[in-house]
Design a protein around this ligand. Structure first.
Ligand SMILES: [Ca+2]
Ligand SMILES: [Ca+2]
Length: 225
């Protein structure tokens, strides 16, 4: 009897084990709450100039057309340099004379270093001419510094002159024209070397040179955005 009893018990155990699994069927699918793993931000070492991003992607740099006689300056900036008021991006951060004038997303800056009175003109795609007598365009462009050499200067200095036009927000697409006019020699200035620097989307497009004579007007550069 004992042997028979053990046999019965063994059969019942086998049925409970394998039969149970069979009856249970496929294992229940565990409920998984969707989770999204966000990768950590990249590690940035040092100071990096972040280029502005336009809707739909990064800004495409414009390609200015220069008139005869205008030359492109060789890049001479230094990331460790102190930015000074001179119409140039001294520290290579894509902003011209930051701390003195506005930069924004598009910046066009005239610089010269004689007592002459020279003026910057920028015609934007709306046809608006931005200059000392019309400092704000409906497109958002504005002239925020107007220097007049020895004739009369905003900061009282006959040299280190700068005029600056910039757009804080994204400037309109279309055609831009940059002109400079030698308004007056203020009784002491002769032909004057000038620079025009253009920065767009957090990067310097270029810096351009020309020597301007008294009363001369020159279309330094034109470009499309
Ligand atoms: Ca700079
Ligand atoms: Ca500068």
């Amino acid at each position: 009897m004992k042997k028979g009893l053990w046999l019965v018990l063994a059969i019942l155990a086998a049925l409970a084990l394998f039969g149970g699994c069979y009856i249970t069927g496929r294992a229940a699918v565990p409920t998984v709450h969707a989770t999204v793993t966000t990768p950590p931000p990249p590690t940035v070492v040092g100071t990096v100039s972040t280029p502005a991003v336009a809707v739909g992607g990064t800004y495409a740099p414009p390609r200015p057309v220069l008139v005869t006689g205008v030359t492109t300056m060789t890049a001479a900036c230094n990331p460790n340099a102190q930015e000074v008021l001179n119409g140039l991006d001294d520290n290579c951060n894509g902003q011209i004379d930051e701390g003195w004038v506005g930069s924004g997303s598009l910046q066009i800056t005239l610089g010269w270093n004689t007592p002459a009175d020279i003026d910057l003109y920028v015609v934007d795609p709306s046809g608006t001419e931005i200059f000392y007598n019309n400092k704000v365009s409906p497109t958002g462009g504005q002239l925020d510094r107007d220097d007049r050499g020895l004739c009369l200067n905003e900061d009282g200095s006959p040299t280190d002159n700068v005029e600056n036009v910039f757009w804080n927000a994204q400037p309109p697409a279309g055609h831009y024209v940059v002109r400079v006019n030698y308004y007056g020699n203020c009784d002491s200035a002769g032909p004057t070397p000038i620079t025009v620097s253009i920065a767009y989307g957090g990067a310097l497009v270029g810096a351009y040179q020309y020597t301007l004579s008294d009363q001369e007007t020159v279309e330094i550069a034109s470009f499309d955005l």
